[in-house]
Write a protein that binds this ligand. Structure first.
Ligand code: GRF
Length: 206
């Protein structure tokens, strides 16, 4: 296989343990992978994902909401960091804040998220618990473009898992997480190499 010309520079926004970040870091190590993780931003100084990034030699920034007068100033700082690092694609990976339409619009078509449900079912927090309480037999995860509607943007990639009769939110989360780590790198690669684009609020596949 031939070497990709240039890898797209990716920024990852996290708030916590960063296992999805790790899956992206690991995938991006491959020479043929079309993206590199160039910057990790956390809104929590103690996020374990920051350690993962440092171990991988990736630049990190902590941008805390409390250090800014309002949400627009906080988001402007995130945007400035991304732009000054020449970031081309942004991945949300367990980033526990809703982005405003201002930031979403600035990155529209270049901003993706992973959510632990088969969207459009079970948006928001505790998606795995919502799935168990609803009694669904199949659950899963979704990578989607981020739009102003929370967990509502066009879908890029999904994977499903069975819900077992004795599942708890934790056991189901573990089973879903294994697949998150598979589909997030796949979806990022698709976006980075032009295999998917956002076109008038639809995901268009090449
Ligand atoms: C994952 O379940 C992801 O789908 C959701 O938040 C969780 C983050 O986990 N958005 P991690 O920090 O990537 O381990």
């Amino acid at each position: 296989m031939s070497k990709p010309q240039t890898k797209k520079r990716v920024g990852v926004l996290i708030s916590g343990r960063g296992s999805n970040l790790q899956s992206l870091i690991d995938a991006a190590r491959a020479e043929q992978y079309p993206a590199e993780i160039a910057l990790v931003i956390s809104d929590k100084p103690d996020a374990y994902g920051l350690q993962r990034a440092k171990e991988a030699g990736i630049e990190t920034r902590v941008i805390e909401r409390k250090d800014f007068a309002d949400k627009p100033a906080f988001e402007a700082a995130i945007d400035d960091s991304l732009r000054s690092a020449d970031i081309e694609i942004v991945c949300l990976a367990g980033f526990m804040r809703l982005l405003s339409p201002w930031l979403v619009d600035r990155w529209l078509g270049k901003l993706i998220n992973i959510h632990p449900s088969l969207l459009p079912s079970f948006k928001g927090l505790d998606a795995q618990g919502q799935a168990i309480r609803a009694g669904v037999r199949i659950a899963g995860c979704t990578v989607h473009f981020v739009t102003a509607e929370m967990d509502g943007g066009p879908i890029i990639q999904q994977a499903s898992v069975p819900v077992l009769t004795d599942d708890t939110p934790d056991s189901l989360s573990d089973r879903i997480l294994t697949l998150e780590h598979k589909i997030y790198p796949e979806a990022l690669a698709m976006l980075a190499n032009g295999g998917v684009t956002l076109d008038r609020n639809r995901a268009t596949f090449a």
